[in-house]
Design a protein around this ligand. Sequence first.
Ligand code: ATP
Length: 225
Amino acid sequence: MRTAFFGGSFDPPHLGHIAVARAAQQALQLDQVLFAPVGLQPLKPAGSTAPFADRVAMTQLAIAGQPHFEICTIDAPDPAHVTPNYTADTLIRLRGTLPIADQLFLLIGADSFRTLPRWHRSAEIPCLASLIVAARPNEDLSNLADHLPRGVTLNQLATPGARQHVRYLLRNPEGTQAYLYLLPNLNFEISATQLRRQIQGHPTRQAPLLAPAVLSYIHQHNLYR
Ligand code: ATP
């Protein structure tokens, strides 16, 4: 099995998330993409706007009927709301639940990738899961090496026949090697921040960048007002 972990606030989950996950699933022939709403994102200390349970429910609605997409609650909040959810810890726990021969990937957008050096135990992350980095509008990825954890080097590999991704070999200071896959042709101009503002300003207007079931859930539960 080829499994990708796709963590995020999903506050709310939007069609950009779905499009990015579908592009990754097809480019890397993933058997499953695990959509994992995060309890407390370490780099967003103010937390999310909607509660975790609502973000899980909305994500379930967003991926309903989508082949290869699954919900995953491994990143549920620490019950004491003290410790943030660190991706390195989550990947180790997730790896422990998968058969040894399975391949694990970490799917992230370009904006998240650019913050990678600031992640907890960032140098370990490429060794825990192969990175899949999705391009995003206005996020410059022309020099990938600038956004790698300290001491991690990168070399582009030939990928004959692959049109949707570019493959790189990463090497960390201990000499461990890992792959990074770049999806360079994605250009989904959509963010949850923009959608939250839109819903706040025009609560009844149709938001075309959300699945209809997610929009109904937002209205029913009076979220983002
Ligand atoms: P916010 O605006 O609240 O920061 P967001 O739209 O970036 O939210 P998140 O839930 O934080 O959404 O994102 C989860 C993951 O999906 C991150 O890795 C992010 O980079 C990626 N992602 C979200 N939207 C896009 C997009 N339009 N194109 C590429 N990647 C995206």
